[in-house]
Design a protein around this ligand. Structure first.
Ligand code: WTA
Length: 685
């Protein structure tokens, strides 16, 4: 790729460009025990057999009523799966396992302080606690089927309990990542129309007991300012009976869950039989415009898809000990800590804290002690563990049969360390490419069927038929060595249903680009556009390059540049802001911020600090920028558009290309010298 090309598209174009074609094969012992070894599954799920092939996935669930129509396209692209069917997600994740597995661990919770005991919830215990909390939600909080509830909680067992209690009632949960700020939570409360917030007093992170309850007060006031009153805040306590937050409880609004539960001891709640198409949850994610969008996932299609992919791609058996290190506040945790694994009667491990606390040997002590055999994490964590403790895994006696990577492209060098050092050369790796919107995996190798190729996700999953298209919609053939936009040609059951409250944006963002007939009722006319660039090798494997839109993928977490820019603009002195992705050794990408000041203000460290603070309180600490550059002016086109790609090239030490047509080409050189002349200091002062 030439430098000229490199400044054309945003993140995809500055993604790492590696070449790697070496194949690694799964061991015979892995294949011998794997859930899916039949390559015929790809024929069964060919486009010729679409959509009926997905019956095979839906049959992994227990239905109250079987469906009559596998796929209804009459309101394309709002596709409906398994129409006429009824089921309950909580029943499928708990009740149906009780006969066989009631005394088996469903969730093993590992607190961050190493001297605190683990908490082990058997399926029977999970059943009891979900029922009691569901009764509380129904009878105390007055929630009913179809209501939305926002859950802002850390990684504690009460989080999946709350989710499954909602699912039992047909209440739509919207889990907000615990690390997000009170403001971010409040905006999501308002957008989803939740009048109940479920939260927690505090939790451990890096050895510190954080005050989480204070975020609830902020969230409620932000929601109220947007017209949504929160009338009940349900506060779980990290230690039963002991409040660890300094933030006062608000009389009449805030309640301790452990106190309230005393009235619901032994309560049982019939799982509400929900239509397959009823929403199960909302998950907010960042996009190209300032406001996060609430991706709405269905009950039947979603659960069928995550159950099947957990079984075949994660290779989960009820006898396995499965540990996904993601946070349940992201889609990975929903699909592959809670719903998929529990629907399969797995033992799912949850860890409260940071992987390197108190030292980088911690994950391996957990794996050894619990005898974890399936491990799931993101490249950013692998990079961090590799940097902090390259020799640690070898010191512990654990053995993984299977490992997953998710969330961002993994460099072959990091992949090999994952394989050889963490996996001890014994575990298969699946590199799973997908998104919040897609519910479950889109591309990955099938672990007992395909060889692995470091840095490549692999072929489309069974029933997922990707293509790489150029800007005009022409397919780029496999092996052409050219990147393009990856699309999925067909709908699938895990696909989200809409953006909550904004169906037009759903069509516009994900389908309009390659749809030729907006009135078509034929699914073939609605390829799904995920917003990523990819190349397809001659063997059919896809290598994902990164985003083609205004989304920055920081440590596997999606941040919208518009959200970051509007946070900068709330700082009084800031006139203009532009945010671009900069490559980072550990996090993959980070936001790099350029601001210009209103007349009369001088650049200062104080202004830079204000910008950082504003980002932390508006979004959260995960969005912290790598630098805040105060520039005299932004490079602009003659029509006044800020040239983000020029700034991105400067941040990433790339050629800025031809800038002579800009309105102010001299600014580019000033900014370049400022940024590239001084890489050591965090802030330009
Ligand atoms: C990126 C996380 C390369 C991609 C499940 C996608 C990946 C975005 C991979 C979705 C992967 C995810 N290889 N890139 N294996 N997995 N991505 O919604 O850009 O938080 O569009 O979902 O992460 O992020 P999200």
């Amino acid at each position: 790729m030439t430098n000229q090309d490199e400044v054309q598209v945003s993140e995809a174009e500055i993604a790492v460009h590696w070449q790697e074609e070496k194949l690694y094969h799964p061991s015979t012992s892995f294949i011998a025990q794997a859930n899916m070894t039949d390559p015929g599954i790809y024929d069964r799920f060919s486009l010729d057999n679409f959509p009926e092939c997905f019956k095979e996935y839906a049959d992994l669930l227990t239905w109250d009523k079987y469906w009559h129509t596998t796929l209804d396209t009459s309101d394309a692209p709002f596709f409906k799966w398994f129409v006429g069917g009824r089921l309950n997600a909580s029943y499928n994740c708990i009740d149906r396992h009780l006969d066989e597995y009631k005394n088996k661990a469903a969730i093993i919770w590992v607190p961050e302080p190493e001297d605190e005991p683990h908490e082990i919830l058997t399926y029977q215990e999970l059943y009891v606690r979900v029922n009691e909390f569901a009764a509380l939600l129904r009878d105390f909080a007055g929630l009913k089927t179809g209501d939305r509830v926002t859950i802002h909680m850390p990684m504690v067992p009460e989080l999946p309990i709350a989710m499954l209690a909602c699912a039992r009632l047909g209440v739509i949960h919207s889990v907000v990542f615990g690390g997000f700020s009170g403001r971010a939570c409040g905006e999501r409360i308002a957008d989803s129309g939740s009048r109940v917030l479920i939260t927690m007093d505090g939790y451990y992170r890096n050895g510190k007991l954080l005050n989480h309850k204070e975020k609830a007060d902020r969230a409620a006031s932000v929601a109220s300012a947007e017209g949504q009153e929160v009338d009940k805040v349900l506060v779980w306590r990290r230690y039963r009976g002991k409040y660890v937050s300094e933030t006062p409880m608000v009389e009449g609004r805030d309640f301790f869950v452990d106190d309230l539960l005393a009235d619901y001891r032994g309560a049982r709640v019939e799982p509400v039989s929900m239509p397959a198409e009823a929403p199960l949850f909302l998950m907010y994610t960042s996009g190209t415009t300032g406001r996060p969008k609430g991706c709405q996932h269905s009950t039947g299609g979603y659960l069928a898809y995550v159950t099947a992919t957990s079984k075949y791609v994660q290779d989960i058996h009820p006898t396995d000990v499965y540990w996904c290190m993601a946070d349940i506040g992201w889609i990975t945790g929903h699909s592959y800590i809670v719903y998929g694994p529990l629907a399969l009667a797995a033992t799912s491990v949850m860890y409260e804290g940071v992987p390197t606390y108190p030292d980088p040997g911690r994950p391996w002590r957990i794996a050894e002690r619990l005898d974890v055999n399936i491990f799931h994490t993101a490249p950013t964590t692998v990079r961090m563990l590799r940097k902090a403790g390259p020799d640690e895994p070898a010191k512990y006696n654990y053995h993984f049969k299977h490992m997953t990577t998710v969330g961002e492209p993994i460099e072959p060098e990091v992949w090999r360390w994952y394989y050889e050092v963490i996996g001890k050369g014994e575990a298969v790796i699946v590199d799973t490419w997908w998104q919040t919107e897609t519910g479950g995996f889109l591309c990955s190798t099938m672990p007992a069927i395909h060889p692995m190729k470091p840095g490549s996700a692999g072929p489309g999953m069974p029933g997922i038929h990707p293509l790489v298209l150029d800007e005009n919609g022409n397919p780029i053939p496999a092996g052409a060595g050219k990147a393009g936009n990856i699309v999925i040609q067909n709908p699938w059951p895990g696909q989200f249903q809409t953006i909550w409250g904004d169906p037009d944006r759903f069509v516009e963002t994900y389908f309009a680009k390659y749809n030729k007939n907006p009135d078509s009722k034929d699914w073939r006319d609605w390829p799904y556009f995920p917003g990523d660039a990819a190349v397809q090798a001659a063997d059919g494997y896809f290598r994902i390059l990164g985003r083609v839109d205004d989304v920055i993928n920081v440590a596997g977490h999606r941040l919208g540049t518009k959200e970051l820019e509007s946070a900068c603009l709330t700082v009084e002195e800031v006139a203009e802001a532009s945010v671009v992705p900069i490559n980072d050794e550990l996090k993959g990408k980070m936001p790099d911020i350029y601001i210009s000041l209103k007349p009369g203000y001088q650049p200062s460290e104080e202004i830079q600090a204000k910008v950082v603070r504003s980002i932390e309180t508006t979004i959260g600490k995960i969005a912290r920028p790598k630098h805040v550059w105060i520039v005299p002016d932004m490079p602009k086109t003659r029509s006044g558009k800020i040239m983000r790609r020029v700034l991105a090239a400067i941040s990433n030490h790339m050629d800025v290309g031809d800038v002579t047509t800009l309105a102010n080409p001299e600014v580019v050189e000033t900014v370049r010298q400022m940024v590239q002349g001084d890489r050591e200091s965090e802030f330009y002062g």
